[in-house]
Design a protein around this ligand. Structure first.
Ligand SMILES: Cc1ncc(COP(=O)(O)O)c(C=O)c1O
Length: 414
């Protein structure tokens, strides 16, 4: 039989070339043990479960089951009309531009599949959001790493590369409280990026899960206010709860029907019940504003506790910007010879876990960086975690754990 010129799949190989592009991460395996008793995990990416609106959700579900038999039925691929209207109003878009997805991760996958051919360039920040890296690679995207600083993605570097001939199909940005760096794209870079998209004809993927969790400062203007070459990706995961698996794409008008066609082939539609529950919660009089205010003040207090504890325990050893939103603190270890990836097993032995910079690598390994989440653990654990981290960094070879202030004879249990 003639060999296909477009595939490198060998006879007998069980998985496709595309599936073979998904690699398992050593860090994932290491972090699996971070959940064991006694380890304070600052590694997780989960939102605070204490703030999930359980009572309101029960009331909405009970109401729906009694009043609307369609909640258990198949529904439309584009999504619940009421929910699409809510999303459209939030983004100043038309309802027909909105596709409801199973989380924003599915939105990223659909975008990659709709827009990319194998080898197309996708420019993004390095370090980058792991889920976006995976989705773009799975669709054959060739990633172009761009630097990032306190003002977010270095759009000037992108401009330089465009001048030199780079022609990306997509530029992926997390405009507010980037995961992992926590940086927010400045207003001037936002405008420049929009101008470049219009000039060079690429699409911008604006992925904004953390914009609602801003506890100080002002948000940059939305990219879609400057150009219509934007695919806006949103999610309810950090605002309500991620178990709903509810997100959306707001696509430029001509592209929207293609997204619906693809989604139909993938999973017919997003779960009917979850969409109705989300809409019920989001439109419950007064609920959302109150809930967001509670979330913001919780995350603000947690972020301040962690930043203060790190400053107290580590002083100049750690370079960081105290977060003004989101769920993560990104820090650089100044001590020479430290590799946060290599250090992780020892840190876990010392009862504290973080995500090393290498986990977010597009091209560069970021060996001196680590991401700490302040979302889920108690304030006491944040302080204890900072103290344990300081002990590991001060003496990376230490084999016996040093339990800090809050415990006398062992690790804090979670
Ligand atoms: C930047 C970013 N985008 C997308 C997602 C995916 O969120 P979900 O699929 O729950 O909407 C996350 C999750 O942490 C994220 O940090």
């Amino acid at each position: 039989m003639e060999q296909s010129p477009v595939t490198s799949r060998r006879a007998g190989q069980a998985v496709s070339v595309a599936a073979g592009r998904i690699t398992s991460s050593a860090i994932r395996e290491l972090l699996a043990v971070a959940g064991r008793p006694g380890v304070i995990s600052l590694a997780g990416g989960l939102p605070s479960a204490r703030h999930f609106p359980i009572d309101q959700t029960s009331a909405v579900v009970a109401d729906l089951l009694l009043s609307d038999p369609d909640v258990l039925q198949y529904s439309s691929t584009e999504g619940d009309r009421g929910l699409r209207r809510w999303v459209a109003a939030r983004h100043g878009a038309q309802v027909d531009q909105v596709l409801i997805t199973h989380g924003s991760q599915q939105a990223l996958d659909l975008i990659a599949r709709v827009t990319l051919d194998a080898g197309d360039h996708v420019a993004l920040a390095d370090p980058g959001y792991i889920g976006a890296i995976q989705a773009m690679r799975l669709s054959g995207g060739h990633l172009v790493a761009l630097p990032t600083d306190e003002a977010g993605l270095a759009v000037e570097t992108l401009e330089e590369k465009l001048r030199q001939g780079l022609r990306p199909r997509l530029v992926y940005v997390v405009p507010n409280f980037h995961n992992p760096t926590g940086a927010t794209l400045s207003a001037s870079r936002t405008r420049l990026l929009a101008r470049l998209a219009d000039h060079y004809g690429f699409l911008i993927v604006e992925d904004d899960p953390y914009g609602e969790i801003r506890f100080s400062g002002t948000a940059p203007p939305a990219l879609s206010t400057f150009t219509d070459r934007v695919l806006t990706v949103g999610t309810i995961s950090k605002v309500l709860f991620p178990g709903l698996r509810l997100g959306w794409i707001v696509a430029p008008g001509p592209l929207a029907p293609t997204f619906a066609l693809l989604k139909q082939a993938v999973d017919l539609h997003t779960a009917t019940l979850t969409q109705k529950v989300a809409l019920g919660l989001l439109t419950r009089p007064g609920f959302l504003a109150r809930h967001l205010a509670t979330l913001r003040s919780h995350y603000a207090a947690q972020a301040a506790t962690l930043a203060e504890a790190l400053t107290t325990e580590l002083g100049d050893t750690l370079e960081m910007t105290p977060p003004t939103g989101g769920m993560f603190l990104w820090a650089r270890v100044r001590s020479s010879g430290i590799d946060t990836h290599e250090l992780l097993p020892r840190a876990i032995d010392q009862g504290v876990a973080y995500v090393p910079g290498s986990a977010f690598s597009v091209e560069r390994p970021h060996p001196t960086y680590l991401r700490l989440s302040f979302a889920t653990v108690t304030p006491r654990e944040l302080v204890e975690g900072a103290c344990r981290l300081a002990a590991v960094l001060a003496d990376p070879k230490r084999s016996r754990p040093t339990w800090c202030r809050s415990t006398t004879n062992g690790p804090t249990s979670r």
